[in-house]
Ligand binder design. Structure first.
Ligand SMILES: C[S@@+](CC[C@H](N)C(=O)[O-])C[C@H]1O[C@@H](n2cnc3c(N)ncnc32)[C@H](O)[C@@H]1O
Length: 287
C-alpha cells in the first residue's frame, strides 16, 4: 500500500490565536496612547529611543523605518538624524498610537516623517526600501519576533542597519515582585490559550540568535542601564497603567484594586524610587 507523506502543519487555530493576540496588543496600546504612555516611567522610552538612534549610526539621507513606533521614541530622533534628505516611517498595530504620533508630527510641522497602521511581521513595503530598520521594546511584545526580523531583512538594502532594544534584568528584584503581587489579584484571562511564544514575552526573545538565523552580520549587543524615577508609589502605580501591563491590571476587579495597590506598595523598594533596568541594544548589518 502506498504511504501518503504527512506534512507537518500548524496546529488548528494557531493563526487565529496569533491574530487575536495582535488585536489585544492593539487594543491595550490604543488605551494608553493618548496621554498615559508618554507620562509613564518619567520619559524612560524616549531616552532609550534616542540612545538606540545614536547607536544605529544613521546617515543623512537614509530612509528609516521604526517597527512598533508607539509615540515616536525612536521615530522622531531618527527623523532628525537622517535630515531633510532622508525620511522616517513609523508603523504600529495600534491605531491609537499611530494616530496620536501622526498628529504630533503634524503639530510640529514635520515633513519627512509619516506613520501608518501596519504589522511588523508582514509590513506592506517593497523589498530593499530602507537603509535602516529600528525597533525599541517591541520584539518582546509581538507574537512572532522571528517573522518581524525576517521582514526587517526583506525591507533592508544590502549593508542596511538593524537596531533593536529589549529588556535585561532589573538591578533590584523588588520591582518585578511588586508587579507580580499586583498580577496575583487579576482574574484569570478567559481567552488565554497555551502560547508557544510565552517564553519570549517573559524573558525577551534572543534577538542576536534570531538575527544570526535570518542572515544578519556584525551582530553586537550593548548592555546599558536606564533609570526610571518615580515621585512616589502613586507615580509608580500610574505608570503601570501607561503601558502593555495595563491588560493585566484591567483584570483586577474594582472591588480589590485598593487591596492590590497596598499590597504592591508594600513590596516596592524604599524611597527614593529609582528603578535601574538593563537595556540590551542589539545592532546588526544586513549582509
Ligand atoms: C512597549 S511599546 C514601544 C513603543 C515605542 N517603540 C517606544 O519605545 O516607546 C510596543 C509597541 O509595539 C506595538 N506593536 C506590538 N506588536 C506589533 C506588531 N506586530 N506590529 C506593529 N506594532 C506592534 C504596540 O502597539 C506598541 O505601540
Amino acid at each position: 500500500m502506498p504511504t501518503i507523506p504527512v506534512e507537518p502543519v500548524e496546529p488548528l487555530g494557531a493563526g487565529r490565536d496569533q491574530a487575536r493576540r495582535k488585536e489585544r496588543i492593539a487594543h491595550t496600546f490604543d488605551l494608553v496612547a493618548k496621554e498615559d504612555y508618554q507620562r509613564a516611567h518619567g520619559g524612560f522610552h524616549d531616552r532609550i529611543g534616542a540612545r538606540l538612534t545614536e547607536l544605529a549610526g544613521l546617515r543623512p539621507g537614509d530612509r528609516v523605518i521604526d517597527f512598533g513606533c508607539g509615540r515616536g521614541a525612536v521615530l522622531f530622533p531618527a527623523r532628525e538624524a537622517v535630515g531633510p534628505d532622508g525620511y522616517a516611517v513609523g508603523i504600529d498595530l495600534s491605531e491609537g498610537m499611530a494616530h496620536a504620533t501622526a498628529q504630533e508630527a503634524a503639530r510640529l510641522g514635520l515633513r519627512n516623517v509619516s506613520v501608518r497602521v501596519d504589522d511588523i511581521e508582514s509590513p506592506g513595503f517593497p523589498d530593499s526600501s530602507f537603509e535602516a530598520v529600528l525597533s525599541s521594546l517591541v520584539l518582546q511584545v509581538t507574537p512572532d519576533p522571528a517573522a518581524a526580523i525576517a521582514s526587517a531583512r526583506r525591507l533592508l538594502t544590502p549593508g542596511g542597519r538593524f537596531g533593536a532594544t529589549s529588556f535585561g534584568p532589573d538591578d533590584d528584584p523588588r520591582w518585578g515582585e511588586a508587579f507580580r503581587v499586583l498580577a496575583s489579584f487579576a482574574e484569570p484571562d478567559p481567552e488565554e490559550r497555551p502560547d508557544p511564544g510565552a517564553g519570549h514575552r517573559r524573558s525577551g526573545p534572543d534577538i542576536p540568535a534570531l538575527l544570526a538565523d535570518a542572515g544578519f552580520e556584525a551582530i553586537r549587543v550593548h548592555d546599558e542601564v536606564a533609570h526610571s524615577d518615580y515621585g512616589g508609589p502613586e507615580d509608580w502605580w500610574r505608570s503601570q497603567w501607561g503601558g502593555g501591563r495595563r491588560r493585566v491590571l484591567d483584570r483586577i476587579p474594582e472591588s480589590r484594586r485598593e487591596e492590590a495597590r497596598s499590597a504592591a506598595f508594600a513590596a516596592l523598594p524604599p524611597a527614593p524610587l529609582r528603578r535601574t533596568t538593563h537595556i540590551l541594544y542589539t545592532t546588526a548589518t544586513c549582509g
